[in-house]
Structure formats: C-alpha cells, structure tokens
Design a protein around this ligand. Structure first.
Ligand code: CP
Length: 358
C-alpha cells in the first residue's frame, strides 16, 4: 500500500497522474480515495459505486427519517470551504452536501479578509484550516496547490482530506463526477453510457471541466469524443494524447451544427476570458459559430441531451431552457448528490448508507 508519508514531494510531483492514484487512497477503506485531486483517481467501478451511493442519498433525503439519518452521520465532523476563486455552484453544492450529511462548515471566500492579506502563505493558511476542520474543500487559481497541500497535510500531525473543487486551468474532478452522474442518469433507461458520441464545444483550451470529463469518459465503452472550437481554443494536445493512448476515437471540428446531428450529448462551455494573457485576447476570437440556439436544438437527436457546467453567458440561448433535452439544471443539482456521496465515501459511510432500511 503506497502512502504519501513514504514519498518526498519532488518525487511525488514528478509521477504521472495515474501513478499518483495509490498514494491518494484511503489506507483504511479499500478502493476509496482519501484526497480527491484529479479525475485519474476514478475508474469505472468507483464511478458506478459513487453513482449508486448518490442515488441512495437522493432517495433517502426525500423522507424526514432518511434525511435525519443522513444528518446524523457526520455531525461530529467539520468542513472548511476555501474558495479563493469565484464560484456559485461548486461552493453551494458542497455546502449543501455538507449540510445533508450533518457536517458543520466554515469558509474563506475572499483572501482580502483572511490572514493571507497580512502576507500569510496559502500553505500556512491551509495548514491553519486543518487545525480546526476535518475536511478541506478548496478552489484556487494555482495549478497543483491542492496536490501540494494533500502531500503536506498527509505528512503533518493532522492529515485531513482535501477535495479539489477546481485548480487552475487544470482539473475540476468533482465537476467531472457530476457530469458522469448526469450522463449515467440520462442514458440509464436508454441502453446506458456506451456506444455514444459526446461533443464538447466552446473554450476547450482553458476549460478545466473538459480535461477532467474527457478523461473520465475513457472509462466507458465506445464513447467517441468530438471537440468543436475555434482553432485558438481547441482542446490541448495533452487531452487528446490520453485518448490516443487509450484507443478512444476523437475528432476536432469547427462545425457545431454538423456535430450536433451526430451527438448523444453536447457539452457546451463558456469562453474562459479570465485566463487571457493580454487584454481583449478572447474578444478578438470569432466565437459566433460556437453557440447553441434554436437551430441547433432542431438538429439534436430526440434522445440527445445538452449539458453545460455553468455559468453560461450566451453560448446556450435561453429559448432552449425548457426543452426536455436541456439537462444543465438537473446537472447542477446532481452536483449536490454526487458531492454528498463523495464526502460520505471519504469518511467511510458508504456501507451504512447503502444498508439503511435494509
Ligand atoms: N461549474 C462550476 O464550477 O460552477 P461555479 O464556478 O459556479 O462553481
């Protein structure tokens, strides 16, 4: 059993992501992550276990008896939500997940009012949170900070788990979990998540949700991936290299309408101009053909779905919102259930929840 206490930071940092997975596992609970840092930690079996647990929690939360049982499970634990980047859904759905499971919470959402303003390093701030809390859920613009802190905390006297709620342009693993859960639910009664075409559209260069979801989809049988974007925002080579290595069929395109006609799921994303390196960089790119509107809705197959990690700007027209194939509202709510499942699993309550009422 590999442990983070047995490997130096520099050596760990250099490992390929898949080789890091065993170091992030929970030593006491088989096949379960302790720290959740990137999509490469999740194989198909774990994704399906999480989906079953999320379904169970969703069902239990409907009754007072079930909700009270869930709330009792982690009432002895506290979670810190450290979000130094803006967020609505990821922050609130993690907060709601903590409430469902009874965890009490604290938060820092603006480092201007924490001691980082006085010059404290992020590393020291997170070490401070671990003194008071049993779980740290963190979103930061720095690539790799969640990983570094997972290593630091595992090598400290308070090794509390870290959930990566978005790191740089790099990874957003819990978003990918909710996306997979949405796809599993959407195709459950239609033959399942296999032999499908998933089209990604928008800013595929800088969208961290695309990187994480593209990887997770490789766990499922015969999922063809289509990347539709302006050339400047096309999917980076590191994402397609993984697909090539795994023998996954993929294509790059700049024709959304053509892709929509052949898609089971269309995953729209917004232009991530917060990452622009020069003023107005994104505004100079013609994105007009990378929007989903009434015409695209007509071309989408009857069983197809439209997804978006949200927030959106104008890349999905509001006229699509009431179409039964618009899955983005349900996708957002699914985040609360899958994050509840992940937190429950992290603390070893999967079996108890699955056995409730049996
Ligand atoms: N999808 C997502 O990460 O949304 P927020 O930025 O609102 O958390």
């Amino acid at each position: 059993m590999a442990r983070l206490t047995e490997i130096g930071w520099e050596e760990f940092e250099r490992l390929p992501l898949e080789a890091k997975k065993p170091y992030l596992a929970n030593g006491d609970i088989p096949d379960t992550p302790f720290h959740t840092l990137f999509a490469q930690q999740f194989d198909r079996a774990l994704l399906e276990r999480l989906a079953r647990l999320a379904n169970r929690i969703r069902f239990m939360a409907k009754s007072k008896e079930g909700a009270m049982y869930l709330k009792s499970l982690l009432c002895h634990k506290r979670a810190m939500l450290y979000f130094s980047q803006p967020s609505s859904r990821t922050f609130l759905s993690h907060l709601a997940a903590c409430q469902i499971l009874g965890l009490t919470t604290g938060s820092v959402r603006d480092t201007a009012i924490s001691s980082e303003f006085k010059g404290e390093s992020k590393e020291d701030s997170i070490r401070t949170f671990s003194s008071y809390f049993d779980l740290i859920i963190m979103r930061t613009p720095e690539k790799g900070l969640a990983e570094k802190m997972a290593w630091e905390l595992s090598n400290s006297s308070r090794p509390v788990p870290i959930l990566n709620a978005g790191s740089g342009k790099d990874q957003h693993p819990t978003q990918a979990l909710l996306d997979i859960y949405t796809l599993l639910r959407s195709f459950e009664s239609k033959g399942g998540l296999k032999n499908r075409t998933v089209t990604f559209c928008g800013d595929l260069m800088r969208g961290r949700t695309v990187r994480s979801l593209s990887y997770l989809l490789t766990n499922f049988e015969n999922i063809r991936q289509v990347f539709v974007a302006p050339p400047q925002l096309q999917v980076p080579d590191d994402v397609t290299a993984i697909l090539a290595e795994k023998g996954v069929e993929f294509t790059k395109s700049d024709n959304l309408r053509e892709a929509v006609t052949l898609s089971d799921a269309v995953y729209m994303t917004r232009i991530q101009d917060e990452w622009d390196e020069s003023k107005g960089e994104s505004a100079r790119i013609d994105t007009s053909r990378f929007k989903f509107g009434a015409e695209e809705l007509k071309l989408l197959p009857a069983d197809g779905i439209i997804m978006h990690p949200l927030p959106r700007r104008d890349e999905i027209a509001t006229c699509c919102d009431h179409d039964p194939r618009a899955m983005y509202w349900r996708q957002m709510r699914n985040g609360m259930w899958i994050r509840s499942a992940l937190i429950a699993m992290t603390f070893g309550f999967e079996r108890q929840i699955m056995c409730f009422g049996a």
